[in-house]
Design a protein around this ligand. Structure first.
Ligand SMILES: O=P(O)(O)OC[C@H]1O[C@](O)(COP(=O)(O)O)[C@@H](O)[C@@H]1O
Ligand SMILES: [Mg+2]
Ligand SMILES: [Mg+2]
Length: 330
């Protein structure tokens, strides 16, 4: 079986990007160890702090953020980084060619119940000149690599460098990520959806109608029954969609009018959208393709509807989108 380094060589990925991806992979192995030790290492539970988004940080949010920051600082290929757990962008190496945006621990509320968590990352080219927040505000379409590492019963990495989406599984014996699925493909049709149903009354009308039609199943316009799953970690829900199809959404809601969207564009939606597109699926805000959204801030949030292409198209048709046309770009 090919390991990660061999796969990157086979894809003719340039040496500095390959180095950087191997650094991310090595760090995720260490994170996997920290997560596995759980209560034995005293790493469960919350800190006293909140991040810039007003969310209480778990101890492991902070630990994993520091692990990634330290590794990327030592790597030499990284100009700057942006993290869910950092208020501002962090300057790294003057000569680095890349910017890395990451969610060090996605689904961190799952940590205390020993359930799925992961790390999500997005790599962008570093523009010349001074490093500012503006340097990071590139569309998802500009990513040069994106992926996640899922700390589940086995530790798995999903990666795209624009050559399809690949799955690697961490071999506990050799400590290497081995290529276990090349060219991951999302089935275009599905009978499975993922949404936090407790927010139902806060959604926009199109999403209300779409989900109501799924719930009524064979008695309604869809004329078939649907199943529901919700892991409460995007990384786990997207992994399931990549494995067996499905539609995952965290839509616009008016629960808190100051915060109509939950998921973060730069280090959740964009990398997942590219992985999904590279596997033949689709990813939209409901009104625009996620990868075409022009970011305006590193911690910007966005509505997300992604997964099986035909089902995403059906959902978009409820939003007044003609899915035979390219979604409108601002
Ligand atoms: O608490 P909810 O509404 O189920 O939201 C779950 C969503 O929030 C997130 O956990 C946000 O990510 P973080 O844990 O990195 O803040 C997503 O992974 C997940 O899809
Ligand atoms: Mg997250
Ligand atoms: Mg997180």
């Amino acid at each position: 079986m090919q390991n990660l380094a061999q796969t990157l060589t086979a894809q003719a990925i340039n040496a500095s990007l390959a180095d950087l991806l191997l650094t991310l992979a090595d760090t995720s192995k260490a994170i996997s160890q920290a997560v596995r030790h759980g209560a034995l290492a005293g790493v469960l539970g919350a800190t006293e702090q909140e991040n810039v988004q007003g969310e209480t940080q778990k101890k492991l949010d902070v630990i994993t953020n520091d692990m990634l920051k330290d590794a990327l600082k030592a790597d030499g290929n990284v100009r700057g980084l942006a993290s869910e757990e950092e208020d501002y962008v962090v300057e790294v190496s003057k000569d680095g060619k890349y910017l890395v945006c990451f969610d060090p621990l996605d689904g961190s509320s799952n940590i205390d119940i020993n359930s799925l968590v992961g790390t999500i990352f997005s790599v962008l080219p570093a523009p010349a000149g001074e490093l500012t927040e503006q340097s990071f505000l590139q569309k998802g379409r500009d990513q040069v690599a994106a992926g996640y590492v899922l700390y589940g019963p086995s530790t798995m990495m999903a990666l795209t460098t624009g050559n399809g989406t690949q799955f690697f599984t961490l071999d506990p014996n050799s400590g290497e990520f081995l290529l276990t699925q090349d060219q991951v493909t999302i089935t275009p049709d599905t009978a499975e959806f993922a949404i936090n149903m407790s927010n139902q009354r806060f959604w926009e009308a199109p999403m209300q109608t779409y989900i109501a039609d799924l719930l009524i199943g064979e008695l309604g316009p869809r004329e078939r029954n649907f199943n529901m799953r919700w892991i409460a970690a995007m990384v786990g829900d997207v992994h399931r969609v990549l494995c067996r199809g499905g539609i995952f959404t965290y839509p616009t809601d008016n629960k808190n009018p100051q915060k109509p969207y939950k998921l973060r564009l730069m280090y959740e939606a964009n990398p997942m959208a590219w992985l999904v597109e590279q596997a033949g699926g689709k990813a939209s805000t409901g009104y625009q393709t996620i990868l075409d959204v022009q970011p305006t801030a590193i911690h910007q949030r966005v509505a997300v509807i992604l997964g099986s292409a035909n089902e995403v198209d059906t959902c978009l048709s409820y939003h007044g989108q003609d899915y035979s046309q390219e979604p409108q770009v601002d």
